[in-house]
Each structure stands twice: as structure tokens, then as C-alpha cells.
Design a protein around this ligand. Sequence first.
Ligand code: FAD
Length: 523
Amino acid sequence: MAKLEKMTKRFPTGVFLAAVEQSSVAISITDAEAKILYVNAAFCEVTGYGLDETLGRNESILSDKHTPPQVYREMWSSLVARRPWSGRLVNRRKDGTRYLADLTISPVTDVADGSLYFLGMHRDVTALHRLVRELRNQKLLVETVVDSAPMALALLDTEQRVVLDNLEYKNMAADLGDGEPALRVLEALRASSGMVLDPSAPAGCSPGEGLTGREIELKRADGSSRWYACSVRCFEEEDASADAFFDPQAKSFLLLAMNDITQARRQQEQERLNALRAVLAESERLQQLREAIAGAIFQMQIPLNLIGAASAMLARQQAGGDLQALNGVLTQAMQTGQAALDTLRQGMPEAMSEDESMLNLNMLLREVLALLTESILAEGIVVDWQPAYALPPIRGRATQLRQMFKQLMQNAIDALRQSRSPLRELRVTSERKDGTLIVSISDSGTGIPHELRRKVFEPFFTTRRAGGGHVGMGLTLAQDVAMGHGGWLEIDDEYAPGCRVWVGLPVSTTSAETVLEQEGETS
Ligand code: FAD
């Protein structure tokens, strides 16, 4: 109270009265029963009541049945205990319209006689409340839209924190299971686009800048791949904090949208494999025909040579009579046989012509493994695929090389089928040694006896039983393909048990670019 006395000495009491009267806050003073003793101009303005219409009446003239009785009960339990109360009420103006009042009531005790008064101060906060509600509704709407979006969405701030995400993003995080997916996506996008894509870096993310529909691959915890078509957009928002009131600051954000396209990718890959399978089947059919005709020519040539030799012998002995007639028959047989051979040679279909292109060896090997999946699974074979992480491209004929690797892997599968060993492994590796890319295909099957390891490359030699499509040209042709590409094909002399074939192919000298295994696996 000493303070009050000091203040009233410094200021005339009238200044206090004027300050209250002119305040923009609606102020009222009541007795202990809430009977109005004083209202300021702002009170009259907010409520619509004139001064005379309020004095002596209860504050309940402002009450509206939209305020639950419980609120008044709590208000009064505070006030009777001489504690201040603050809250929001729905008030009714004189004209019957309603407004939302932010009200504070403070008990005031008269120092002279100890009687109790209440000081009420309220503001019309209807507009503010509407704004807050609308904002909340909008946020709810945005969240609902974002949540029902079919793609994963994540909003990152400058600290690379996800400040907003949706259900699909949460599903994506659960599916991938390792770290924050948005950060992994950003890393992959940076690597593939060369963009900085960092809102905290200067010029790392200008407003409006971004990427659209960039496809990236992420690995799941179990090693399988997921593909996403990603879009990134950078944008700025004005800082709403008090610090930035006089010094407007912009906050940068990155909006990431990630669409899971794994299914579509798999389908695409399947279609591509089917097309490859068709090309290989056609090429194999042609090859088989060529092998059959070449085999027939080879087999017919032997009796013809014998007939030729017999005929020459007879001619040298100057045979007469019957023998001369025999010689005539032999010559005729030889000519007819030779004509048949010529017809066969002419009927030999041309080998498939194919242009050279830059090839990713890892991709080629992976494709062949995919093409052989069915037989590999059917034989219960475990594949150990060990590609070099990065390989330079080679220049070559894709179908021929696929056919060569398919032949070698098919040989390994056949050997495993024949073997009774419980160890059923097909191992395929790729590596680079100087200017050569080396592929090894090893199996734990029957193996090739040491003395036959040279012979198996001879045309029409086979260790398999006759029939079953084996004419003994597979390795011969595989070696031809390797050599036709400036490379080599060898059987590992030391390898046991089973068989290991080495193929060396020269790195393309026309391109120094590096093909990544990751690309090779899927593209
Ligand atoms: P009421 O019958 O008046 O009261 C409702 C409940 O409040 C009852 O349950 C009763 O127990 C309790 N109550 C009422 N008066 C007393 C009392 N004197 N002592 C103990 N308990 C009591 N109300 C508004 O709606 N809008 C306002 O802007 C507003 N401003 C106020 C400003 C001041 C300074 C004060 C003291 C009160 C103010 N009130 C205001 C409250 C008002 O006085 C009424 O209590 C309220 O309006 C409810 O009125 P009612 O006629 O619906 O019910």
C-alpha cells in the first residue's frame, strides 16, 4: 500500500482514472456480488451497453447460455476464495450478438474498510479465435490431404530434421528399416544429380529449385531393392518468431515426395527379361540348326573321303572290267554325296548378325542368372554372386555374350544336376585385372576329368551321354565368342572338386567411364 500512496503523491488520482477510462481493454469494477459499479468507454463499446444501462446491474447481463455453467462455477469458486480468474466466455452484446471474451477478474480489497470488489478486464477475441481455428482447420485439412497422398512425403528443415511427414512415409521407414529414409533419399539424389540439395548450405537449395521424377534405388535391411521416383522442391517460409519481427528472416525447407515404383520396375525388368529370353531362344534355335548341319557335314565327309580314297586306289591300279565299273559307281556316289554336302552347306543359316555396343558386364551376368532362375531353383542350387563393385564397360555383342555365359552357367547347372554331392553351389564372380575384365563361373558338380580338359573344346566332343540336346559344340562356340571379342576362355586346371571356367574380356579402350554395379544390377 505504501507503493500506492507514493504513486498517488506523484500522480494526481485523476491520471489513474483517465488511464482506466481510456484503456482499449473493456474494464469494469463490481461489488462482491458482481453488481456493476464502474465501466470504461471500451466496455460500452465492446458490449453495446450505455453507461446508465450497466451501472447497478449484474455482470450476468453479458452471460450467454453457450457458456457452460461449470465455467461460472469454477470462476466463482476462485473469486470467493479471493483468487484471480482468467478464461474465455461467450458474451452477449446488448443487440443480442455474441462474441468471445478473453476475461480476467481480479479481487480488489479496499484498504480503508476491507470490503471486496472485483476488477474485470476483457477483450473481444472473436476474430483471433476464428483465425486460430481456421489455421487449425487448415492444418488438419493439409495433414489429412498429406496423409491420404499415395506417395511418401517428408518436409526437412535446415537441420535436416523431418518436421512433417505422412502415413506413407512412416510405412516407407518401417519397410526400409534402417535410418531416416528422407536422408538416404537425399544422399542418393545428390549422388545421381550432382545437386547440393541442402537448405542449410548457401545456395544449396534456392526457392523453387528442385528435381522431378528422379528414380533412385534404396536397399532394405534384407538386401532387397526398393525403387522410388522422387521429386524435391525447396521453399522458404517467413520466420514467425518474435526475434524476427523487426528483422524478417526466411526459413528454408525441402519437400521430398517419394513414389514407390518397385512393382512397376519389377514388371519392366520382367518384360525386358522376357524379351531377352525370346531373343536368346531364337539365337539358340539357329545355333542348334547350324550345329546339326555342321555335324551332318562333318559326319558325311568321312565316308566320302573313304570313297574318294577307294576310287583313287582303283584308278591307280588301272582296274579293268567289273572293277572299272565299280570305280564308276564309286565316283558317282562320291559326286552325289559331294552335291548333298554342297546343298547342306548352302542351306546352313547365317549366324545372327549383331552390332557391337558398350556393355556392362555385371548387368549381363545378372541378366543371365535371372534367365536361369527357374532351373537354379529347380535344382536347389545356391548362387553365390560376387560382382566387382565398379567395372568399366566392354565393347561387344550383347546376345552373343549372354549366350556364352548362359552356356557356361547351364553347363555348371547340368554338372550339379548329375552330381550327388550335397554341396550345390554355383559361384559367379567378376573383377578387373589391368585391361581385362575377368569372370569366373565355378560349380561344385561332377567336374571334368583332367585328361579331357583340353578335349572338351574340340568340336562335337561331349562328356555327356548322346541325346539330351548335347552335340558337344557348347564350349567350342563359347570359346569362339570369347576369342571373337579379343578375349579368352579357360578351364581352371587346379580347381577341385567341381569345375571353374575363367573368361577374360578386354576393357573397352574407347570409353574410360565406369559402370557401377548398382546400375548394372537393375538398369
Ligand atoms: P448466475 O446465476 O449469475 O451464476 C451462475 C453460477 O455462478 C452459479 O452456479 C452461482 O453459484 C455462481 N455465482 C454467481 N454469483 C455468485 C456470487 N456472487 N458468489 C458466488 N457464486 C456466485 N459473466 C459473463 O457471462 N460475462 C462477463 O463478461 C462477466 N464478467 C464479469 C466480471 C466481473 C468483475 C465479475 C465479478 C463477474 C463477471 N461475470 C461475467 C460473471 C457473472 O457475474 C455471472 O456469474 C455469470 O454471468 C453467470 O450468470 P447467470 O445469470 O448465467 O448465472
